[in-house]
Write a protein that binds this ligand. Structure first.
Ligand SMILES: NC(=O)c1ccc[n+]([C@@H]2O[C@H](COP(=O)([O-])OP(=O)(O)OC[C@H]3O[C@@H](n4cnc5c(N)ncnc54)[C@H](OP(=O)(O)O)[C@@H]3O)[C@@H](O)[C@H]2O)c1
Length: 230
C-alpha cells in the first residue's frame, strides 16, 4: 500500500484519482478547498478505508502550511499535483488581463512548486518518491499549432519548466517526476465535448504514474503513456 497526496479532489480528475486509488487499496490524503461543501468526497470518506481529507487552498500559503503541518511527518510516496484553473475563456490577443494571467500562473505553475517544497520532508520519507504534475498538452510549445489561449497555455508551459528542473535536481535523491496530459476530459473544465471520460483518463494516468522510473523521469507524458513534445 502506497500513500498518495492529491490536490483538488472535490470534483473532476482529483475526485476520480481518489476513487480509483481507494478501490486499489491505496491510502489517499485528498485535499480540497472546503470539506463542508465537498459532498462526493465526504461520502467517499464515509464508505472507504484509507482516505484522509485535508482542507487546502493552493493559492493561500498559510492554508498550505497548515495542511502540511497536520501530516505530522507522515511519509508520502506519491504527490499528484492536480488542482488547476483555466482562467477567463474569452482571454485572447487584445484583451488579456494581467491580473487574471498572474492568478492563473500562480495556481497552475507556482503553487505546485511551493507544495513540493513544503512536502519534501514527507516525500523523502516515502518509498516511491514519485512526483506527478497534471499539466496540459496546451502547455506544449512544440505542439502549439493553433495559437491563442495565452493565459492557460503559458501557465502550463511554466509548470512544465518547473517539472523538468525538479526531475534533474531530485534525481540523486531517488525521485522521479513527470508532467502529465490527462487528455481532453469531460469534467467541469473540459466541458461536455471532451473526448474521454474521467475514468479512462485517470486509469491511464495511474498506469503511467505507477510505471514512472528514472528512465522516464523528466518527460511530458500523455495519459496513454505516449511522449508529448515540450
Ligand atoms: N479536463 C480536461 O480536459 C483537462 C485537460 C488538460 C489538463 N487538465 C488539467 O487537469 C487538472 C484537473 O482538471 P479538471 O478537469 O478536473 O478540472 P475541474 O473539474 O475544473 O477541477 C479543478 C479542481 O482544481 C481545484 N482548484 C482550483 N483552484 C484551486 C485552489 N486555489 N486551491 C485548491 N484547489 C483548487 C478545484 O477546486 P474547487 O472545486 O474548490 O474550485 C477542483 O477540485 C487541472 O490541472 C487541469 O488544468 C484538464
Amino acid at each position: 500500500m502506497a500513500t498518495y497526496f492529491i490536490t483538488g479532489c472535490n470534483r473532476g480528475l482529483g475526485l476520480e484519482f481518489t476513487r480509483q486509488l481507494l478501490a486499489r487499496g491505496e491510502r489517499v490524503i485528498a485535499t480540497c478547498r472546503d470539506i463542508a461543501t465537498a459532498s462526493d468526497l465526504t461520502q467517499l470518506a464515509l464508505s472507504s478505508q484509507g482516505l484522509s481529507l485535508l482542507e487546502m487552498d493552493v493559492v493561500d500559503a498559510a492554508s498550505m502550511r497548515e495542511a502540511v503541518d497536520l501530516l505530522n511527518d507522515e511519509p508520502i510516496d506519491v504527490l499528484i499535483a492536480n488542482a488547476g484553473v483555466y482562467g477567463p475563456r474569452d482571454a485572447e490577443l487584445g484583451n488579456v488581463d494581467g491580473d487574471d494571467m498572474a492568478q492563473v500562473f500562480y495556481t497552475n505553475a507556482v503553487t505546485p512548486l511551493l507544495l513540493t517544497q513544503l512536502l519534501m520532508p514527507n516525500l523523502r520519507k516515502g518509498n516511491d518518491k514519485t512526483l506527478a504534475f497534471v499539466s496540459s498538452k496546451m502547455g506544449s510549445i512544440g505542439d502549439n499549432g493553433r495559437g491563442g489561449a495565452y493565459v492557460y497555455r503559458s501557465s502550463k508551459a511554466a509548470l512544465n519548466a518547473v517539472v523538468k528542473s525538479l526531475s534533474i535536481d531530485l534525481a540523486d535523491a531517488g525521485f522521479s517526476a513527470c508532467a502529465l496530459h490527462p487528455g481532453w476530459v469531460r469534467t467541469d473544465m473540459g466541458g461536455p465535448n471532451g473526448l474521454i471520460d474521467a475514468s479512462t483518463s485517470v486509469s491511464g494516468m495511474l498506469d503511467v504514474i505507477t510505471a514512472l522510473d528514472a528512465a522516464r523521469s523528466g518527460e511530458f507524458l500523455n495519459y496513454d503513456g505516449a511522449t508529448i513534445p515540450w
